[in-house]
Design a protein around this ligand. Structure first.
Ligand code: 0X9
Ligand code: ZN
Length: 432
C-alpha cells in the first residue's frame, strides 16, 4: 500500500535540482537545501527495504526520489516503471531499475536523489535512520567539504587539523582569497566548529551548510568583502568518531563523548570538559563511565589537543563559535565560573554580540554559567588562552534527534548569525 506523507515542511526558496543527473552540483547550498527539504518528507518503510534487498535482488536497482507534484505526474512515473513506495507533497520515493531511470530521464522527470538499493539497505544499519538521511555522516561531510574546495580553488581549501582517537581526520574548510591550507595569514580570522558532542548532529549541519552558503554567495557584496579581507575556518565535525558511533547501528545511541578507552575500560571522555580551564573543578565528573567525564587530565584527548593546537597556531583568530544542541541559546564566558569575564570591554562585546546574534536566531543570549557551571569548556579555554571572542551556540530542538525537518530553518537562522559575526571579525570591539 502506498503511504501518503504530506508532511509539514516547505522550505521557502528551496530550488529542487537534478541531484542524480550528471553534472549536478552536489555541494552547492541550494542543492543541499533541496535534498534536506525532500529528505525531511521522506520516511522509507523498512519492510519495503527488506523485501527488495534479498541477495541478488538489488542488481541495477535504485532507491530514488523523483519530483512529482500531482497524481497525474505520479501516474507517469508508474508508467515509466517506477515502483512508488512513498508519496510526499512534491516528490515520490521508491524503487527504479536502471531501465526505469532511463525512461524517467527521457520523459524529463527530475530525479532528486538516487542510491543503489544495496547502499540504501546498508544505510538502514550503518547510518542515520532512514527518516534522518538528510543529515550528513562523516564520509558525506568529508566529500562535501572536498567538493566545495574543488569547485572554488581560488578561495577555498581543505586540510586535516589532526587525527582522532580512532584515526579519523578532523577536516577543516578554509575560505581565504590569499592563503591556502595551513599557510599563515595575518587577516582577522573567524573559526566555526561543530559537533564536538557526538549526538548533536544538527551541530554538524549548521557549519557544513554555512560553508556551502558562503561559497555559493561568494559574489554577494558583503560576503565577497569578508572573503577578501578575512581568514575563515570551518570545522563542521569536531568529534567524528563519536558522531559515527552514534549512528552506526541505524538507531541512535545517545552518545556524547569521544571514543577513548578509559582506565576502567569504559568508553569516552567529554570533550567539552577536557579543555584546560579550571579543568574538572565543577560540572564535570571524574568517573570514567559518566557522560561528563573530564578525562585523566586536561587535554588528555587527541580531539581537544588538535583544537587547542589549531587555535594556538593562529594568532589572527578574533571570533569563534562552537555549535552544540539543544537549548536555543547563545552562551558566552565564563561557563566554568559564576564571575563575569574581568575585562570590561570583552564583557560588553560578548553581551552586545550575543544580543545581536540572538535577534537573528531567536536564541536567548546568556552568560554560559547562568545555564550551569561546567569547567573544561572549550570556549572558556579559547577565550582565556587566545583572547578570541568565543560563543557556544546551543541550537534549537526539543531533543538530540529533532528530525530532518528542523535542519533548514536552523541553518537559515544560524547563517545569518554567522555572517553577522563575520561582519565584526575585523574588529569585534567596533560594536561598543
Ligand atoms: O554541557 C555542555 O557541554 C554544553 N551543553 S550540551 O547540552 N551541548 O552538552 C553547554 C556548555 C556551556 N558551558 C558551560 N555552561 N560551561
Ligand atoms: Zn554539546
Amino acid at each position: 500500500m502506498k503511504r501518503f506523507l504530506f508532511c509539514s515542511i516547505i522550505i521557502s526558496g528551496a530550488v529542487l535540482a537534478r541531484a542524480g543527473e550528471p553534472g549536478a552540483d552536489n555541494a552547492s547550498y541550494k542543492q543541499l537545501l533541496s535534498e534536506i527539504s525532500v529528505a525531511a518528507d521522506v520516511q522509507a518503510p523498512e519492510t519495503a527495504i527488506a523485501r527488495d534487498t534479498a541477495p541478488g535482488a538489488d542488481e541495477g536497482r535504485y532507491w530514488v526520489t523523483v519530483r512529482a507534484a500531482d497524481n497525474h505526474a505520479r501516474t507517469r512515473l508508474l508508467e515509466a516503471g517506477m515502483d512508488i513506495v512513498e508519496i510526499n507533497r512534491d516528490a515520490v520515493s521508491g524503487f527504479a531499475s536502471a531501465y526505469a531511470l532511463q525512461q524517467l530521464s527521457s520523459k524529463a522527470s527530475v530525479v532528486l536523489s538516487r542510491v543503489p538499493v544495496s547502499q540504501y539497505a546498508a544505510r538502514v544499519s550503518k547510518d542515520f535512520p532512514v527518516a534522518d538521511a538528510a543529515y550528513h555522516n562523516f564520509k558525506e561531510t568529508t566529500d562535501l567539504l572536498k567538493q566545495m574546495a574543488a569547485k572554488n580553488p581560488d578561495i577555498a581549501s581543505v586540510f586535516s587539523i589532526g587525527k582522532t582517537t580512532e584515526g579519523r581526520d578532523i577536516w577543516c574548510l578554509r575560505i581565504n582569497s590569499g592563503a591556502k591550507g595551513e599557510t599563515p595569514s595575518s587577516k582577522p580570522g573567524a573559526f566555526y566548529l561543530g559537533n564536538i558532542h557526538a549526538r548533536e548532529h544538527l551541530a554538524n549541519e549548521v557549519p557544513l551548510l554555512l560553508a556551502a552558503y558562503l561559497l555559493d554567495h561568494r559574489n554577494d557584496a558583503d560576503i565577497k568583502k569578508y572573503i577578501s579581507t578575512l581568514d575563515i575556518y570551518i570545522v563542521p565535525m569536531g568529534n567524528p568518531d563519536g558522531a559515527e558511533f552514534d549512528i552506526k547501528t541505524g538507531s541512535y545511541q545517545y552518545y556524547r563523548k569521544n571514543m577513548a578507552t578509559n582506565s576502567d575500560k569504559s568508553r569516552g571522555v567529554d570533550l567539552n570538559r577536557n579543555f584546560d580551564s579550571w579543568w574538572c573543578e565543577a560540572g564535570a565528573s571524574t568517573y570514567p563511565g559518566s557522560d561528563t567525564y573530564c578525562g585523566p587530565k586536561a587535554f588528555s584527548e587527541p580531539e581537544s589537543r588538535v583544537i587547542r593546537d589549531f587555535m594556538l597556531a593562529r594568532k589572527n583568530l578574533k571570533t569563534h563559535i562552537s555549535y552544540h544542541s539543544y537549548a536555543s541559546e547563545i552562551l558566552y564566558p565564563w561557563g566554568g565560573n559564576d564571575a563575569d569575564v574581568p575585562n570590561a570591554n570583552d564583557k560588553q562585546a560578548f553581551i552586545k554580540l550575543a544580543g545581536e546574534m540572538g535577534k537573528l536566531t531567536g536564541y536567548q543570549p546568556l552568560k554560559s554559567s547562568d545555564m550551569y557551571i561546567a569547567t573544561g569548556d572549550s570556549c572558556d579555554w579559547a577565550y582565556a588562552a587566545t583572547g578570541v571572542l568565543a560563543f557556544t551556540f546551543e541550537l534549537e530542538g526539543r531533543n538530540f534527534y529533532p528530525g530532518a525537518a528542523i535542519i533548514a530553518g536552523a541553518v537559515d537562522r544560524n547563517i545569518k548569525a554567522a555572517i553577522y559575526l563575520l561582519s565584526v571579525t575585523d574588529n569585534p570591539y567596533k560594536v561598543l
